[in-house]
Design a protein around this ligand. Structure first.
Ligand SMILES: [Cu+2]
Length: 644
């Protein structure tokens, strides 16, 4: 049976190849401008969910006490094939991180594991981590590198001019070698280990201007040091190379990084072991041969031959498997949810049927990007944006055995005003089936999970504008922060120890998940503003972006409408990525000090005093950016420097 399926798919693939090559010779754009595998032909819930393995560290032990003082890892970036589509469909060539790993449930050593999303780092608060990252990608980029963007450009290729070359083949000088740089998203780390966009390195040993290595290593690698002093949470690691992040992450370069705290009073109350599962949700599109599809014709092909403002896949993948199924016990589960997609937001629900009626299963969010929420938030729908994590508890203990629950998505793309998801495809994420067994009901949680301190600004606020530059036909040409290009002089130079309000004004048409490196921050408020008037006055003051002068601030006060809105209940914690809505002002409070610093008293951080275990003013500095990686790749990222 299986063999028959393989054969017929192979025949289909051969036919499709013939058809598509015929098209390529005639109209290359139409043949490659849509994926060839219809997602409605992919059976759902036939593959079991895969739980990523865990990297095996080399433990550095204090010879006197025997205590583990550091965890060392060696992780490669490699290309391999993976069964992402259901059995019987072709495998998919992907990139991923690879290293020695073990099965988290059995503890069994699995050897050298290649998977995407890749193995998880299981780390301990207070035990620093050192990773030797090695770029072993010797094949060209799978997708069209757009050399008209500001990008890594390892070959220093000259500016390209029209007529642009269609992809494939694209520009050989841009496709290879592939610059990569792993970034640990959400980490408190020195900028020399932060994996900034210009710290890339290639398999052939070429380096970006910010390339840095904590200790000497091979030229195709870099060693990063993560102090791991911050509270227990779910971080993730992914590629961050300049102007190529959307391609490298889509290729598969992402994974979880979990920090656990042995003194965490909440963790013992939570589901663990087989009941604790990371879920990386990513959208993808496929060709009939199983290969990943990515657009290679730009929205404004006269300016950017390949760049599109957002990639939305037509298929949902969880932990590297399309539309997986998971059998669960009648027990509470802890899911660490990551939106690892390029641009797709998700509004997630859990539905099942009682008497032919759809019923929503409520669940509880206990944590966000920086750790536990102040108080648990019970909800029936979770909104999550690219880059964000949500730690949720789902109780299956009162659901009858045999019940099937579907995790669905209702978020429009682009968010919030785009197209509703097709209920038959990207409107579905995964399925849970409740096994029979003795139900185990959950342990009640305390009312307060985390004493999130109240921060008080001790430095001036910054007003920061999100501005999209459009062509005459209204198509985006670039998306900017403050109307500035990435390589304009650094304008954000917060002092170490300061607490600042960042007043983020979104005068684009879309929501943007804004992420700051180094810090976790607090969401203070959102408020509507008269965006049309603010935009016209801002442009009258500054001119049309991209600007060639420092941005002149236009105060928001006279444009505000209505009342400020409090953060959502699931935003009452430390966050590193915040959804900024169009036509709104979103205020976040950012403290350039360790998460563990007190908020009051003589030890509270003050401007100019560094409380980190490292010096954040040393090195190439940090970035803040939109985590729609397609935006980040086209100017929606700016450097920022922490200053003494
Ligand atoms: Cu954006």
């Amino acid at each position: 049976m299986k063999k028959t399926i393989v054969t017929s798919i192979t025949i289909l693939f051969v036919l499709a190849t013939l058809v598509s090559s015929t098209f390529v010779s005639q109209t290359s754009a139409s043949a490659i401008s849509s994926p060839t595998l219809d997602p409605r032909t992919i059976p759902k819930y036939v593959s079991q969910l895969i739980i990523p393995p865990v990297y095996t560290p080399t433990l550095v032990v204090d010879p006197t006490t025997g205590a583990v003082v550091q965890q060392d890892y060696s992780v490669d970036m490699v290309q391999f094939s993976q069964q992402i589509l259901p059995t019987g469909f072709p495998t998919t060539q992907v990139w991923g991180y690879a290293g020695m790993a073990y099965d988290p449930l059995t503890g069994q050593q699995l050897g050298y594991i290649e998977h995407s999303p890749s193995a998880t780092f299981e780390t301990v608060r207070g035990v620093p981590v050192q990773v030797t990252w090695v770029n072993k990608i010797t094949s060209p980029s799978m997708f069209a590198v757009d050399p008209t963007l500001m990008w890594a450009n390892p070959n220093n290729m000259a500016t390209i001019t029209q007529p642009f070359t269609p992809f494939p083949p694209g520009y050989a000088q841009a496709q290879s070698p592939v610059p990569l740089v792993p970034h640990l998203h959400g980490a408190e780390d020195q900028s020399t280990s932060d994996g900034g966009p210009l710290a890339w390195f290639t398999a052939s040993g070429l380096h970006g201007s910010d390339y840095n290595t904590y200790i000497p290593t091979a030229a195709n690698g870099a060693v990063d040091y993560y102090p791991n002093a911050q509270p227990a949470t779910t971080l993730w690691y992914h590629d961050h190379a300049m102007g190529m992040t959307r391609l490298n992450v889509l290729s598969g370069l992402a994974g979880f990084y979990i920090i656990r705290d042995p003194n965490d009073p909440i963790a013992p109350l939570l589901p663990s072991g087989q009941y604790e599962v990371p879920l990386a949700i990513q959208d993808r599109s496929f060709n009939l041969d199983g290969s990943l599809w990515f657009p290679s014709v730009g929205d404004n092909p006269d300016v950017h031959p390949y760049w599109q403002p957002e990639f939305f896949g037509n298929t949902i993948m969880v932990n590297g498997v399309v539309w997986p199924s998971m059998n669960v016990q009648p027990h509470q589960y802890r899911f660490r949810v990551l939106d690892g997609s390029n641009a797709r937001f998700y509004s997630l629900t859990l539905t099942y049927q009682i008497g032919g009626q759809d019923v929503l299963l409520p669940f509880t969010q206990i944590g966000t990007e920086g750790g536990y929420l102040r108080t648990p938030a019970t909800m029936t729908s979770l909104l999550i944006a690219p880059g964000q994590r949500a730690d949720i508890l789902v109780d299956f203990s009162s659901i009858p055995a045999g019940t099937q629950l579907t995790m669905r998505n209702t978020a429009k793309a682009p968010f919030p005003a785009g197209t509703p998801p097709d209920p038959q495809t990207v409107g579905q994420i995964m399925r849970f089936t409740v096994n029979s067994g003795t139900p185990v009901h959950p342990t009640p949680l305390p009312a307060v999970l985390n004493n999130i301190p109240v921060l008080t600004p001790n430095s001036p606020a910054r007003t920061l504008v999100l501005y999209e530059v459009e062509s005459g036909t209204g198509e985006p040409l670039m998306v900017t922060l403050q109307g500035q290009r990435f390589n304009a002089p650094v304008s954000e130079t917060p002092r170490v120890g300061s607490t600042e309000d960042w007043i983020i004004v979104d005068i684009t048409g879309d929501a943007h998940p804004i992420h700051l490196h180094l810090v976790q921050f607090q969401v203070i408020s959102r408020q509507t503003l008269n965006a049309a008037k603010y935009t016209s006055d801002w442009v009258a003051l500054n001119g049309e972006p991209p600007l060639d002068h420092p941005t002149i601030t236009l105060p928001i006060d006279s444009y505000l409408q209505g009342k400020p809105m409090a953060p959502m209940p699931n935003e009452n914690g430390w966050k590193d990525t915040v959804i900024v809505y169009p036509g709104q002002v979103t205020i976040i409070r950012v403290r350039f000090a360790p998460l563990t610093a007190p908020s009051t008293g003589p030890s509270a951080p003050t401007p100019g005093i560094n409380q980190y275990s490292f010096d954040p003013t040393v090195g190439p500095g940090y970035v803040w950016h939109c985590h729609i990686v397609d935006h980040e790749d086209n100017e929606m990222m700016r450097p920022y420097d922490v200053t003494a």
